[in-house]
Design a protein around this ligand. Structure first.
Ligand SMILES: [Zn+2]
Length: 228
């Protein structure tokens, strides 16, 4: 793997180590040491759709991540091994010839079945038709990780939210309610609203907190604001 960087625009030159990928496929039982495809014995008892799903997982893992590599076209061979290994597995499972598998399911291994819920499904191998190198792949990827991440405190820290009632962005306190089973009727207006929006706590400014604690606000004054 060679990474050379010049200035702001990195010229990334990564080579795929084909031999390493073939060894990976061999370890998964998809080919022999020379890259000759084989049926995956441990999957022979699995449903055909699972076998094709497995092929797609391997394709995704090995092929899609290498789109920016200089010798991406070498992935033809890796895809070929995966495609034929899956086809061999189906052939052995169904006890038919490889030729028949491709005739029946086409080169993409398009397979229709009914799932557990009785729904008709179709699955096929997500084969790439082209292995043209995507030269922008790594630079796009690099610029993405260099971008400043915008932290959204709203999701993690409820006290950074605005007051639920008046929208005041400062001086927050959390108003809590008990479980519904330990609340007593009649509910105060704020409790009614919290039950409506299914919250155990709600962020308020100090003023609104005091008002709702004494039930001084009408229900429609509280509920007029919708949560964003
Ligand atoms: Zn307020």
């Amino acid at each position: 793997m060679v990474i050379s960087s010049t200035g702001d625009f990195p010229n990334i030159d990564i080579l795929i180590d084909n031999q390493k990928l073939i060894h990976k496929l061999r370890d998964n039982g998809m080919c022999n040491a020379f890259g000759y495809p084989a049926s995956i014995k441990r999957l022979l008892c699995n449903p055909t759709e699972d076998i094709i799903t497995y092929g797609n997982q391997v394709l995704r893992g090995l092929v899609n991540n290498n789109q920016g590599c200089r010798n991406y076209y070498d992935m033809h061979r890796i895809q070929y091994i995966i495609q034929y290994s899956i086809a061999y597995t189906i052939a052995r499972k169904c006890d038919i010839s490889l030729k028949k598998v491709f005739k029946k399911y086409h080169s993409q291994l398009i397979y229709s079945y009914t799932n557990d819920k009785g729904k008709d499904k179709t699955i096929k191998l997500a084969l790439h038709s082209s292995f043209k190198r995507d030269k922008t792949f790594f630079s796009q990827w690099l610029s993405k990780i260099k971008q400043d991440v915008e932290y959204r405190y709203r999701d993690t820290n409820p006290l950074k939210r605005n007051c639920y009632i008046c929208g005041n962005p400062q001086h927050h306190v959390m108003f809590h309610r008990r479980r519904i089973s330990s609340l007593h009727m009649p509910y105060s207006h704020i409790i009614k609203e919290m039950i409506r929006i299914n919250r155990r706590q709600i962020c308020l400014c100090r003023e609104c907190f005091i008002k709702v604690s004494q039930n001084l606000l009408e229900y429609n004054q509280i509920a007029k604001r919708k949560l964003t």
